[in-house]
Design a protein around this ligand. Structure first.
Ligand SMILES: Nc1ncnc2c1ncn2[C@@H]1O[C@H](COP(=O)(O)OP(=O)(O)O)[C@@H](O)[C@H]1O
Ligand SMILES: [Mg+2]
Length: 327
């Protein structure tokens, strides 16, 4: 089977442990798709305003709004998604009010496990199918910034849990439609974001296994984020190690003492690079998905300019992945 790369899939979900860079990479990928001329919808699930602050635009809420050329954003909360879904199914506002704005009913709905995830996925599903007035697909790309892993696996698992639990009815049909889309590698790709560190890498390996073996969902790639570029050659590294040993061993009055700070900083950087390389190797050895690396960026505040740079990194490495895959 040839696996289409991330750009060939209409529905792309960014998953991974909290704090690894899912929101940043989802936003950057969305921008790079928009730059390729694709009409792109970036959906932020269950978190408001992260994407809007990255792009330096006003608040992104449940109304779809334009962020840049070809780039649109929306924030989805369970409550809003539930309301839209209910209105689509129940049609009549009055009934919605009677049912969903009833205190007893809504507190009951809040505790049905998985319902929140299902309605948010349902909304994303709806946008992948949405057509314009000429009957053409409204969105070339629907990009989902999914909740963090623990919760993220649960989130992706919900449709199959529901189809397994209930064999018929509205909720079954809805979950089944979503599941078909999620499992279709021609339309859907899951990008797993990680840092090249112990905990996130272990969690990523677990996540990829569950997604592939248990849930049969298509992993498009793993993205190792915030990778330090090596600063020194092999010879320089040896020199730095020797100098460091020398400083540790003796209380010498040597001229090297004056450069102690520099040597320690250089050593620290080398160790960081080595540690990341170790975890990158672990990722490479334990999976056959394409692995991409995004550099660490130093900045005061995350800004559109950085998102733009990461968008370029992504389109370059995705281009490479494609060339490798096609030989
Ligand atoms: N490549 C990178 N270089 C430097 N900092 C980054 C990079 N990617 C993300 N960050 C920073 O890491 C933090 C977490 O990123 P975020 O995208 O919010 O993660 P998540 O959505 O997975 O919780 C943010 O402060 C973000 O600015
Ligand atoms: Mg996030």
């Amino acid at each position: 089977m040839t696996v289409p790369d991330l750009y060939n899939r209409r529905f792309v979900l960014f998953s991974g442990k909290g704090g690894v860079g899912k929101t940043t990479l989802a936003a950057s990928f969305a921008l790079s798709c928009a730059r390729r001329g694709e009409r792109t919808l970036l959906m932020e699930l269950d978190a408001k305003n992260k994407a809007s602050s990255l792009f330096g635009v006003g608040e992104i809420d449940e109304e779809i709004r334009e962020i840049d050329d070809n780039l649109y954003g929306v924030a989805v909360t369970p409550a809003e998604a539930m309301k839209e879904y209910a209105l689509m199914v129940l049609k009549i506002k009055l009934i919605y009010r009677a049912v969903f704005e009833n205190r007893v009913v809504s507190s009951f709905l809040r505790v049905i496990p998985g319902l929140n995830e299902l309605v948010m996925l349902g909304k994303a599903y709806y946008h992948t199918q949405e057509t314009d007035e000429n009957g053409r697909q409204k969105w070339d790309k629907v990009i989902v910034d999914a909740p963090a892993t623990g919760h993220g696996i649960f989130f992706l698992k919900i449709p199959s849990v529901i189809t397994n639990l209930i064999g018929s009815g509205l909720m079954f049909e809805e979950a089944n439609r979503i599941l078909e889309l999620l499992r279709d590698p021609a339309r859907t790709g899951i990008a797993i974001v990680t840092l090249a560190e112990d905990m996130p890498v272990n969690e990523t390996l677990m996540l990829t296994e569950v997604l592939t073996d248990e849930m049969e969902l298509p992993i498009a790639c793993v993205i190792a984020n915030a990778i330090y570029r090596p600063l020194f050659s092999d010879d320089e590294r040896d020199w730095i190690d020797d100098a460091q040993d020398f400083l540790c061993d003796e209380e010498s009055e040597d001229v090297l003492q004056e450069f102690r700070g520099f040597i320690e900083a250089a050593k620290f950087r080398n160790d960081r690079v080595a540690m990341q390389q170790h975890y990158l190797e672990l990722l490479r050895d334990n999976g056959d998905w394409p692995l991409m690396e995004i550099p660490y960026y130093f900045f005061d505040r995350m800004s559109f300019a950085i998102i733009d740079e990461i968008a370029n990194d992504l389109s370059e490495s995705l281009g490479q992945t494609k060339r490798q895959a096609t030989g």
